[in-house]
Design a protein around this ligand. Structure first.
Ligand code: ZN
Ligand code: ZN
Ligand code: ZN
Length: 318
């Protein structure tokens, strides 16, 4: 059973998915994502795998409960994909060569194009949860794609802010942030000809890195070949820096923020956001009462200091 339930106090949808309770724990001796499992091709570089426990499906199942005008209920139409980064069970994003990561970026692009064309899809969210502390049950390197029948609330807030900025200043909010960060420089951690990685002035997590395209791009569809390669390269640099920071495979949540799947959003600007839960090698930042219950974040570090740490770490394999 899965459905969308409307929260009238926050004006947002909650997706229920009681089916997901049956999700497996970490498999002991068998991995469905490894060649030979019978579930994936015998040879692949990168591969789209349908999520076995999707929160959204086409066609959607009948909702478990009937809604009304006040407590609205909608079917959870959508798609959930698993994106396999490599056939090597023990690889991780920073360990893959740039040429291989270009294939990942191209797969994201082609899958994004397919998913946004599906009827009823409003937002295609490409993301990765990495590490057991984030609750990842499959160690095989992978990310995911959720295709939502609505625009998720955080993206909606960014769209509202970007639209207002454009209206007031006739400029892109994200282009302005990028200009300000590059002019200041204290929070930049890596840069190539087409992308800039930095800990934003307004970071909520100690090691929260954002990657902005330098050109004003709305979605992956607007990429040129140089940008495919540039994104692959800077993704590798950022994640290598993370791993080398404490000499450990660094857990993170990574999300691609793009313009919605349908409609015109010329004021939005493609970027990637990383939220690593670590605040030191041993200590994690938890989303406790204030963050969870009030939405206000307490970041007990300075973005400028954390950026200097990450900038000093070399993006090379040990
Ligand atoms: Zn595997
Ligand atoms: Zn822009
Ligand atoms: Zn964003």
């Amino acid at each position: 059973m899965t459905e969308l339930r409307w929260n009238p106090t926050l004006l947002e949808w909650v997706s229920t998915a009681s089916l997901r309770q049956g999700r497996p724990q970490m498999p002991q001796d068998w991995c469905p994502f490894c060649p030979g499992s019978g579930r994936v091709p015998e040879h692949y570089d990168v591969h789209i795998y349908p999520n076995d426990f999707p929160a959204f499906t086409v066609p959607p199942p009948l909702p478990a409960i009937e809604g009304d005008d006040f407590y609205k209920v909608r079917p959870s139409r959508g798609k959930c994909d698993v994106v396999l980064y490599s056939s090597d069970h023990h690889a991780s994003l920073p360990q893959l060569p740039v040429g291989h990561l270009v294939k990942l970026v191209r797969l994201w692009r082609s899958r994004f194009r397919e998913l946004k064309a599906l009827p009823g899809i409003k937002y295609v969210l490409i993301f990765e949860n990495k590490g057991a502390v984030i609750g990842v049950t499959m160690p095989h390197p992978h990310g995911q794609i959720y295709s939502f029948p609505f625009i998720p609330p955080r993206l909606e807030r960014e769209l509202v802010a970007a639209r207002a900025h454009r209206r007031r200043h006739r400029r892109c909010l994200f282009c302005d942030i990028l200009k300000k960060e590059r002019r200041d420089g204290r929070r930049i951690i890596a840069e190539n000809a087409v992308f800039t990685a930095f800990i934003p002035f307004y970071a909520r997590w100690p090691y929260e890195v954002h990657i902005f395209s330098r050109r004003h791009l709305g979605t992956l569809e607007d990429f040129r070949p140089a940008e495919e390669r540039g994104l692959a390269e800077i993704l590798k640099w950022v994640t290598l820096k993370y791993d080398n920071l404490y000499q450990m495979s660094f857990p993170y949540m990574m999300l691609l923020h793009q313009a919605p799947a349908s409609g015109r959003y010329p004021f939005f600007h493609f970027h990637i956001e990383f939220y690593p839960p670590h605040r030191s090698k041993e200590k994690l930042k938890y989303l406790a009462s204030v963050e969870t219950g009030s939405g206000a974040f307490l970041n007990d570090s300075l973005a400028e200091e954390k950026a200097a740490e990450l900038r000093a770490v070399r993006p090379v394999r040990r």
